[in-house]
Design a protein around this ligand. Sequence first.
Ligand SMILES: [Zn+2]
Ligand SMILES: [Zn+2]
Length: 451
Amino acid sequence: MAASWRASSCYDSPALWTRWSRGWSKVDVVKAAVLKEGHKSRTALIYDRGMLSHRCSCDSKRHVHPEQPDRLARILRAMDSEGFLDRCARPFSREAATDELAQVHQLAHVEHYGFIGSAPPDLETMECGGKGVACDTVFNSATTGRAARLSSGCLLQLTSLVIQNEIVNGFAVIRPPGHHAEANEAMGFSFFNNVSIAAAAAKAHGMKRILIVDWDIHHGNGTQNIFYNDPSVLYLSLHRHDDGNFYPYTGDADECGAGEGVGKNVNIPWRGNGAMGNNEYLAAFYYVVMPIARQFNPELVFISAGFDAAEGDLIGNYKVTPAGFARMTAWLKELAGGKVILALEGGYDLNSLSTCATACIRVLLGEQPPPIPPSSNQYDTRNSNQPSSAAITLLKRVINIQREHWSELRMPSSFDLPYELYENTSSAMPKSPRGSLGPRTRRGVHPRDLD
Ligand SMILES: [Zn+2]
Ligand SMILES: [Zn+2]
């Protein structure tokens, strides 16, 4: 039932501070996770309404802050109307503790952004009159610190449950996002690097091969840097790069890791406005991402699941559809015994955000991904199973760079995709038996009604 939201808070205690100061660093993530009673599903969905309170103090209708509370509300409403809130296990949420955040971030950073009433030193007055970091990242000293701890804490809960084998996969519907946050810098709507914190917790629990796939349209500069020297975490990102002219301007193909981490960083940096869609992303997965991931043989997979490469998102202006995201999720589920955890990152068009997120959780729950629709570009003369020539050029460059590190990576003679992935337009193939990926008409409980 949707009305059963409850949060258990884990406020920092003096005991935790003492343990941290003594050098106690291993967080026992296993003890921390609690599932609500009576669950049967092996797929979990986690959320906490406390994350809705992270909003600009200007509260103005004239200024739209794209990283807004409605992002979570729309995803949850769509999932509720499809019945997924009932079909998933629903773990208790919690806040991340300071020592968990400090596995990845400097303590001064945690103190600046993780406490109510704290004031980061570089806070600016934004155009709307509200306060923020670097002109675009809203920071509300009354609410943001707790929301950011909940965002990381929810993902830690899912990670714990997967490690304990209580669930096999899950989706953390969280904000603020994390992948731009550096060890000592908040930026790009991110304060704490949620996925890095969860990966560090999995490492502390003994995992030696952790894969992070980041399909947000922006490069996860923070995640790359945090694990750049670490051979146990493979970071693999597909993002719009535009030769270093697209935010955050990092993530070129020749950034492959350093020291012991050489070869454990893979960037697929797209170029061009409006250029990439299902065929390009799926070809990248089929010919680069999956061969490398299979050779790495991860014990756990995180997806930095931003949906700003989705069709309809004007910040990204790419054209990946819900079926494309579902297919990528299904392929990643083939790894690590299916232990896949999605963490929401970006995605700013509320319609495409909610339909794409819903398509992914449908696959986590065991449904087959729907066939890929034919290209919607009437001027596109390519065959329906081919990526663009610009994408092929880039993928060849990435393969040439990465095959030095991955012996299983081959240069294919063509980048065509299997026809079985596509909708058969010549026959009257029925759509998915559940109908459209959009919300159904049954009135669900709006998450805002639960406050
Ligand atoms: Zn504002
Ligand atoms: Zn993004």
